[in-house]
Design a protein around this ligand. Structure first.
Ligand code: FES
Length: 164
């Protein structure tokens, strides 16, 4: 869920709920950011400001953490997030072709979000399922032994809305 689909006034209540759950110690920072990112789809500046205030941590530290973890984003992401594995074992099993087909089909470079807000494409390191490489993930779903034809079929499933 992207914050654009929700009322932005939800941000304080979502941040407060996450703080109530995880606390305000420095160790709570990553779980807190993860929770808010999951609820809002990314970490809007208003949310980072509120977390910074609650944990008494500088905004620069929050930005550093938010930039370090791929699961976190300070930019709005698409309705569906596609992650493809770019590590060597997948690469030699056809991962390079997977990357090219995804880029062609979506018109996106890794790290970009489509103008219609439907897709975000991310290149990720090995998620540990090399036995079924090449691998891609869309939202919570994992797809192995991917071929160009299979990619097009999978994307079509999401485009026609049968996958949420
Ligand atoms: S290298 Fe791709 S899943 Fe391990």
């Amino acid at each position: 869920m992207n914050v654009d689909a929700k009322n932005k006034s939800d941000i304080p209540s979502i941040v407060q709920a996450a703080i109530a759950q995880h606390g305000t110690t420095p160790e709570a920072l990553v779980p807190l950011l993860s929770e808010v990112n999951e609820k809002l789809g990314y970490l809007p500046t208003a949310a980072l400001t509120e977390i910074s205030r609650a944990l008494r941590l500088p905004g620069s530290q929050l930005m550093a953490v938010a930039s370090f973890y791929r699961m976190l984003s300070i930019k709005p992401r698409g309705r569906h997030v596609i992650q493809f594995c770019e590590s060597a074992p997948c690469h030699v099993m056809g991962g390079r072709l997977v990357r090219r087909v995804l880029q062609e089909e979506l018109g996106l470079e890794p790290g970009e979000t489509s103008a219609d807000g439907q897709w975000t494409l991310l290149a990720v390191s090995c998620p540990g399922i090399c036995g079924v490489g090449p691998v891609l993930m869309i939202d919570e779903n994992i797809y192995g032994n991917i071929t160009p034809r299979r990619i097009r079929e999978i994307l079509r499933e999401y485009e026609v809305g049968s996958k949420e």
